[in-house]
Write a protein that binds this ligand. Structure first.
Ligand code: GLN
Length: 486
C-alpha cells in the first residue's frame, strides 16, 4: 500500500480497494514501527488522523471526493495547523498549539488530505542537516549515521521511508530541494509567491516559499495543485489564474533545450554526483533534448549575499519571540528586560542566535549600506544572470547538492562548511525562480544523488513535465531504502 504513490492510491480509494481509514491505519502502523530510528515525525494524534480518514470515507461514499481525498500526508512543523502543536524545531515554541491553519494547510485539507502528523526540522528552518532542531537530529533512511539534509529533513526522511505519501516543506535557500536530494525523494520549490506564506512561520520572508515533497513528479504536481493559490492575507501572494500543474506531464521532450551552467560543474562536486548528473543529462538527450553551456557569473556570490539578507530578515522576524504573548518564557527573571534576555537566551539555539547577531549587525547604522544594500544589489545581478541564461535554454540543470548525505556531526563545528551545502540551490531563491530535485542515482556507498532542474518564472508545469518524462524512462525514484521496504 505504501508504494503506490498518490495518483494510484486515489484511484484505488475511489474503486474501494481499501478505505481511507485502512490506509491511514497502515501509515500510522508504519510510523509506529519505523519512526523511532529516524526521529522524522515529532507530533502524532492518531485519533484525529483517523477521524479525518472517516470523514474522507464518507465523502468518497457520497461521491464528493476531492483530488486528494483520503491521502495521508505530513506537514513540516513550520506550518500552523489548527489544534496541532507547531514548534518549528525550537524550544521557543515547544508547547505552542496553533489556533489556526496556514493557507497551505487549509488548502490541502479542503482537497481532502488526512494529516498524519508534523515533521521535525532545523530550528526556524535554519540549517542544511536537521541537526539544529531542539527535538534532536533526523536520520537518513538510506544510512542512519548520515543526515537527511535540511531544513525540511523530517519531511524528506519520512517520505523516503514511505511513512506518508507526501509531505509539505519550505525552501528559503534550498530546504526542500537539498533534503529531497540527500534523502532520495522529489521536492519542488515553486516561484516565489505561488503558495501563500500565511501561517508559515517566517524565517526570511523575501525568500521563504512552501512546496511539496513526494516520491514522483506526478505526485508533486497533484500536491502543488492543492497548495498553490492566491491568498489576500499574504501581501506577496500572487493573484493568478489557477493552473493544473499536471497538464503537461505527458508532453514529449523533443526540442527541450537544457542549459548547463559551467559554474555548476566544477571540482567542488563529488565525482559520483557529477557522474550521476551527467548520466541523467545523457538520458535527456536520448529523450530528444539538446544541451547548451550557459553561465551564471555571479553565482559564487550567492552564499555571501544570502547570509547577509536571510539573517537580516530573520533578526527582524524573530523579534516577536519575547516571552510575552506566547511561546517559551524564562522561569526566573528580575524585570522586563531581564525577562526578554533570559527568554531569548534559553529559548533559541546556537544557530538561530548566530543568525540574529549577523542580521542585527548588517542592519545597524553604519553597516547597512556596506552589507545589506550591497547584498540587495548583487541579488539583482544574480536574477539578471538567470534571465540571460533563459534566453538560451528552457530549463537549467545541475546537481542539487555538491555531495551526497554527510555523516551526522561532520559539519556542525564549521558553519561555513555547512552553508556551502546550499551552493547550488540558494541562487534560485535569491532570484525567486522555481526549482525541483529528483533522484538520479546513487554513490558507491548507496546514498542517493539529486538532479536539480531550474525553470523560468511560473515554469512549474514544464519542470514537472521534464521530471516526469525522466521518471517514465528510469526507476531511481521507485527505490526504497532497504530497512524501510517492509
Ligand atoms: N540551509 C540554508 C539556511 O540554513 C537554507 C535553509 C532553508 O532553505 N530554510 O539558511
Amino acid at each position: 500500500m505504501f508504494q503506490l504513490g498518490i495518483a494510484e492510491t486515489a484511484r484505488q480509494l475511489a474503486a474501494r480497494a481499501f478505505s481511507a481509514v485502512e490506509l491511514t491505519q497502515h501509515f500510522l502502523d508504519r510510523i509506529r514501527r519505523h519512526n523511532a530510528r529516524l526521529n522524522a515525525i515529532i507530533t502524532l494524534d492518531e485519533a484525529r488522523s483517523l477521524a479525518a480518514a472517516r470523514t474522507a470515507d464518507e465523502h468518497i461514499a457520497r461521491g464528493k471526493a476531492g483530488s486528494l481525498t483520503g491521502i495521508p500526508i505530513l506537514h513540516k512543523d513550520i506550518f500552523c495547523a489548527n489544534g496541532w502543536r507547531t514548534a518549528c524545531g525550537s524550544r521557543m515554541l515547544e508547547n505552542f498549539v496553533a489556533p489556526y491553519d496556514a493557507h497551505v494547510v487549509s488548502r490541502l485539507e479542503a482537497a481532502g488530505t488526512v494529516i498524519l502528523g508534523k515533521t521535525n526540522m532545523d530550528e526556524f528552518a535554519m540549517g542544511s542537516s536537521n541537526e539544529t532542531s531542539w527535538f534532536g537530529p533526523v536520520r537518513n533512511p538510506w544510512r542512519t549515521s548520515a543526515v537527511p539534509g535540511g531544513s525540511s529533513g523530517g519531511s524528506a526522511a519520512a517520505v523516503a521511508a514511505r511513512l506518508a505519501l507526501a509531505a509539505t516543506g519550505t525552501d528559503t535557500g534550498g530546504s526542500i530541494r537539498q533534503p529531497a536530494a540527500l534523502s532520495g525523494v522529489c521536492g519542488l520549490k515553486p516561484t516565489y509567491g505561488v503558495a501563500s506564506r500565511y501561517g508559515m512561520i517566517a524565517f526570511a520572508s523575501s525568500l521563504d516559499q512552501a512546496g511539496p515533497i513526494a516520491t514522483s513528479a506526478q505526485d508533486l504536481a497533484l500536491m502543488l495543485n492543492a497548495m498553490a493559490g492566491f491568498d489576500a492575507r499574504d501581501s506577496t501572494s500572487l493573484e493568478r489564474a489557477a493552473e493544473d500543474y499536471a497538464r503537461d506531464l505527458e508532453r514529449p521532450l523533443r526540442g527541450l533545450r537544457i542549459g548547463l551552467p559551467k559554474e555548476f560543474f566544477s571540482d567542488a562536486v563529488q565525482p559520483e554526483v557529477a557522474a550521476a548528473v551527467e548520466a541523467a543529462i545523457g538520458e535527456y538527450r536520448r529523450l530528444g533534448a539538446t544541451s547548451v553551456e550557459v553561465s551564471l557569473p555571479n553565482m559564487h556570490l550567492s552564499i555571501p549575499v544570502y547570509y547577509v539578507l536571510a539573517p537580516a530578515e530573520a533578526s527582524s522576524n524573530l523579534a516577536r519571540y519575547d516571552g510575552v504573548r506566547y511561546g517559551y518564557r524564562a522561569d526566573a527573571f528580575d524585570d522586563l528586560v531581564d525577562m526578554y534576555e533570559r527568554t531569548r537566551a534559553e529559548g533559541f539555539g546556537a544557530e538561530v542566535k548566530r543568525r540574529i547577531m549577523i542580521g542585527t549587525y548588517v542592519l545597524s547604522h553604519g553597516y547597512y549600506d556596506a552589507y545589506y544594500l550591497k547584498a540587495q544589489k548583487i541579488r539583482r545581478l544574480i536574477a539578471t544572470d538567470f534571465a540571460r541564461a533563459f534566453e538560451q535554454c528552457d530549463v537549467i540543470m545541475g546537481p542539487t547538492s555538491p555531495t551526497t548525505a554527510f555523516e551526522l556531526g561532520s559539519r556542525t563545528s564549521d558553519p561555513v562548511q555547512m552553508y556551502l551545502s546550499d551552493i547550488y540551490t540558494i541562487a534560485v531563491n535569491l532570484a525567486g525562480l522555481p526549482g525541483l530535485s529528483i533522484p538520479a542515482g546513487f554513490d558507491a556507498a548507496g546514498l542517493p544523488v539529486g538532479l536539480q532542474s531550474i525553470g523560468n518564472y511560473f515554469a512549474e508545469a514544464r519542470l514537472l513535465n521534464v521530471a516526469h518524462q525522466y521518471q517514465r524512462a528510469t526507476d531511481w525514484h521507485r527505490r526504497v531504502p532497504a530497512d524501510f521496504a517492509g
